[in-house]
Design a protein around this ligand. Sequence first.
Ligand code: HEC
Length: 173
Amino acid sequence: MNKRTGTSRNTMMATLWRNRGRRSRAIAFAVMLGSLAAAGDVIAVEPVGPQLTEKLRGLLVKEMTEVEAAMQETYSAIIQGKHDEVAQKGQAIHDSFILEQSLTEQDRQDLKAAVPVEFLQMDKRFHQLSASLAEAGRQQNTQEQVKVFNRMTESCVACHSRYVTDRFKGLQE
Ligand code: HEC
């Protein structure tokens, strides 16, 4: 039915990337705006959580909790040289935990309407990193695992600092 194979992206956010079309122009525009603003002004953004429907927020929180657990297990695996486990956790984060089946078409529309393009880009970047983590695990490359793990942590902090300031006060920019 709805099955996909291999490393297809199944996260709640990633499902949005499938129907891009004219969205990519919007993204290019957002990137341009982003670089114009790069001079240092912090653009105030609305926290994302409260804009979501109750169902979507619940799914996101669940995904986040599981990602956090997987990150902690990954840390433990990296520092013990358990490469297979690093590969497996990276892949699990990448393929993700939110079952796409639990998103209806309406949920998807709601999500698109609620979150800014930049948020989706950050999510996408995060999922690319998780693929790199899995790869570094398969290659048994500890240095690369450490590097990618750090980048992933930066990406949690970057997204939370921008979009979750209502809950993570200590991360306000
Ligand atoms: C693209 C944006 C984004 C990225 C990247 C991201 N998060 Fe989140 N995270 C969120 C949002 C949005 C919330 C708040 C949801 C809400 O308001 O209820 C959240 C909430 C959380 C929570 C709180 C969950 C709870 O119990 O309510 C944890 C834990 C968390 N994230 C862990 C992580 C970890 C670990 C990473 C990186 C490995 C990460 N997140 C990366 C957007 C992100």
